[in-house]
Design a protein around this ligand. Structure first.
Ligand SMILES: [Zn+2]
Length: 354
């Protein structure tokens, strides 16, 4: 059993200058694909479940699945993370079901749609961090609202995302405010807004500094060199995956994601967790379409799912290699959550903000 907390994993990533992709799951096949990739390249992994995933799969199913994945792959440090928790209850029930880490996204109110005030965000994130740390679990906060700098809109995914036009200043995290936020909330990792958005339709052209503000990451890292930064909406939406879907009967309009080389640049500037969901979905769905088109007599779901898992495994493997995560699993000695709780209580894990 090698369930690791986000805090320990990202501390290790910072020490050895690498990033860790966080892949979303809803089902067994995605979980197996991620773990196969991790095993192939000796990488630790972050698996995350959104509220949408929890209602799709059921909490007990997810909890048992994580337990099973940890048992099947005992040598792979596995962090189980709640993606975009909208309130205290979402975060606490995740921990109760065996998650080692939660995101309290207080950039939006509890409805997961309305942009929240800074005061609201600080208050709820601080409260969740305090409760989670009592049991040794880690907390990711978010400052700034995710959305496109091209359209000024957020992208709702799994029922989560800002609705309506957003002011440019909300779409870019303010570095000074970030320092204040980490100080007040004591979060272990900070998700920042820099022009990325959820889903496949992030950019209408290959992004430049106008629409993907890597400079914001650099500025935050300068002020908060010891804080683990998180990039959301960081699928690359590779052209070959778009092509496979469209070649076999799909109709995805041309779109652009976050180039892998930009993420690698971000990792050099303190990004430690990189959220990827769309790419995994596209890798699988492309194979469903291909099999359906090429073998119209096929009716065994496994004949669709096996190539889909293989495609997702290859995608995950490529990201683990590109982000430098590969080769680190065997170097990590997992600290149990109870020990992490003691370290929080002693103050030794308090964020260094100056
Ligand atoms: Zn996100």
């Amino acid at each position: 059993m090698a369930l690791i907390t986000l805090r320990q994993l990202l501390d290790h990533a910072a020490e050895y200058s690498y990033g860790v992709p966080a892949f979303n799951i809803n089902n067994m096949e995605q979980g197996l694909a991620i773990m196969e990739a991790a095993k192939a390249v000796d990488a630790p992994v972050i698996i995350q479940a959104s509220r949408g995933a929890r209602s799709y799969a059921n909490d007990i199913m997810l909890a048992k699945m994580i337990e099973a994945l940890a048992a099947i792959y005992p040598d792979i440090p596995l962090c189980m993370h709640q993606d975009h928790g909208n309130n205290e209850a979402t975060c606490m029930t995740a921990i109760r079901h065996g998650f080692t880490s939660v995101m309290m996204d207080g950039s939006l109110e509890g409805d997961a749609k309305t942009p929240a005030s800074y005061e609201y965000n600080v208050e709820i994130s601080e409260r969740v961090a305090r409760m989670a740390h009592w049991v040794g679990a880690s907390v990711e906060g978010e400052l700034g609202v995710l959305g496109s700098l091209e359209t000024g809109e957020g992208e709702a995914e799994d029922g989560h995302g800002a609705v309506g036009k957003l002011d440019h200043s909300m779409l870019l995290t303010d570095p000074d405010q970030a320092v204040d936020f980490v100080k007040k909330t004591q979060v272990d990792a900070l998700a920042i807004a820099c022009g990325t958005s959820h889903g496949a339709y992030k950019f209408s052209r290959k992004p430049d500094g106008e629409i993907l503000a890597m400079s914001v990451i650099e500025a935050i890292h300068k002020k908060l060199p010891n804080t683990h930064l998180v990039m959301h909406g960081s699928s690359s939406v590779p052209q070959d995956l778009q092509d496979i879907i469209n070649e076999f009967g799909g109709a995805m309009p041309q779109t652009f994601g976050v180039p892998v080389e930009e993420i690698v640049r971000g990792i050099k500037m303190g990004v430690r967790k990189v959220n990827i969901d769309t790419d995994c979905r596209m890798a699988m769905t492309g194979q469903f379409r291909r099999i359906a088109e090429q073998n119209k007599a096929e009716f065994d779901p496994r004949k669709f799912l096996k190539p889909a898992m293989d495609a997702m495994r290859d995608l995950c493997k490529a990201r683990l290699e590109a982000f430098g995560t590969a080769g680190h699993a065997s170097k990590i000695k997992v600290i149990p959550m109870d020990d992490m709780a003691k370290r929080y209580a002693s103050g030794s894990l308090a964020p260094k903000t100056n």
